[in-house]
Design a protein around this ligand. Structure first.
Ligand code: ZN
Length: 80
């Protein structure tokens, strides 16, 4: 296996950085751990400006997204 496989978890490799004035490689770091998943932050690899956030959800939520209408109906029933 090539060593590049280590970086396979990165979903965004470059984002526009307003401070640098161009797209820059990003670094991802764990910002928060939520009940529904994890909040990751993208930082400019050059100046460390925050370029965006991404919520990484666990397997249960991913399954719910596959059937949005069904999940919404189930949620409504649970709350009433
Ligand atoms: Zn930058």
């Amino acid at each position: 296996m090539p060593p590049q496989q280590q970086f396979g978890a990165f979903t965004a490799s470059e984002l526009y950085c307003p401070k640098c004035g161009k797209a820059q490689p990003v670094r991802e770091r764990l910002l928060l751990v939520l009940p529904s998943g994890e909040l990751h932050e993208y930082l400019c690899a050059r100046c460390a400006t925050s370029l965006g956030q991404r919520e990484v959800t666990g397997p249960p939520l991913t399954a719910a997204v596959a059937h949005p209408s069904r999940a919404a109906r189930k949620r409504k029933l649970l709350h009433t």
